[in-house]
Design a protein around this ligand. Structure first.
Ligand code: GUN
Length: 300
């Protein structure tokens, strides 16, 4: 193996320390406590795990963390009323509605009901438009985390060829916008892309976000490229015992690490940065809502 392993867990710990410092200063200097509301509809087990860890991280950073749980068959109007209340609540600076939502709820309508200033996911159509036009916005957490790690590793990304695999609103599209903002030449590849391995082989930076375990193999990677693996896929692991599972990324780690210059592992790569950036966005939202300067080192 030749690639440097980018330790997302360690990097996330430094971001969280920075966040905790900002939170302490907000309290001391302005009497403000950043508040994050996380809303979960239903009982999806994976979503419950995410929501719990988001709540724990908020409290560890010294913020106010409030969790709202609605029944799986809660009417859409109930969720919209809750969002209205949170929009109007001065103690809440960030609102996150955990996705996916049950099928009777219009997720776009719900996301666009959140006050854009409190949209710490960066999914509101206003924030999407602001990011797309290079204006100050709330930036989705996972792409923001990837960008922070890429900047830390490379310094300037200007002129690099970047290939983003996956065109989701949560990762692929905002990631591409951020890389474009860094003056990369950006390709968004997806399931219909012709000769995907050949496209990926052109990349100095590969961001894989497709949800297909081990899809990207070492022979797709340009020697020395940086590989950001956003995939979090749970697969059977009979070698660990009957019924056991393990987490793997979208990249086949061993073969990619033979060729890449740097790579994020799964687990312990991009994943921990997502929650760290949610905390960072909550601080950013709190400062902006209160007319304070941008927090250093926490924004795109
Ligand atoms: N579900 C999976 N990822 C995310 C995310 O980043 N934000 C929200 N709200 N839901 C998710």
């Amino acid at each position: 193996m030749s690639a440097k392993i980018i330790d997302g867990k360690a990097f996330a710990a430094t971001v969280r320390e920075k966040v905790a410092g900002h939170v302490a200063r907000l309290k001391e200097e302005h009497g403000l406590t950043p508040g994050l509301a996380v809303v979960l509809v239903g009982e999806d087990p994976a979503s419950q795990v995410y929501v719990r860890s988001k709540g724990k991280a908020t409290k560890e950073a010294g913020m106010l963390g409030v969790e709202y749980r609605l029944d799986v068959d809660a009417p859409q109007g109930e969720l919209l009323r809750l969002i209205d209340d949170l929009n109007a609540n001065p103690a809440i600076h960030g609102i996150l509605v955990q996705l996916p939502l049950p099928s009777h709820i219009d997720a776009d309508l719900v996301i666009n009901a959140i006050d854009p200033a409190k949209d710490v996911d960066g999914f509101h159509i206003s924030n999407v438009g602001l990011l797309g036009t290079g204006q100050k916005s709330m930036v989705p957490c996972t792409p923001l985390g990837c960008l922070m790690m890429l900047r830390d590793h490379h310094g300037s990304l200007s002129g690099m060829d970047a290939v983003v695999i996956g065109r989701s609103n949560i990762v692929g599209k905002p990631m591409a916008q951020l890389l474009l903002g860094e003056s990369c030449t950006v390709t968004i590849a997806h399931s219909r892309t012709k000769d995907l391995p050949e496209v990926v082989r052109r990349a100095d930076i590969v961001v894989a976000a497709v949800g297909r375990p081990g899809m990207v193999t070492g022979d797709w990677i340009k020697p020395g490229a940086t590989v950001m693996d956003v995939g979090i896929n749970r697969i059977d692991a009979p070698e660990k015992g009957e019924g056991k599972t393990r987490l793997v990324g979208d990249c086949d780690f061993d073969s990619c690490a033979e060729v890449a210059g740097a790579i994020t592992p799964v687990p312990g790569g991009v994943g921990p940065m997502t929650i760290a950036c949610l905390l960072a966005n909550t601080v950013t939202a709190c400062r902006r809502i209160n007319g304070l300067a941008e927090p250093e080192g926490l924004t795109a």
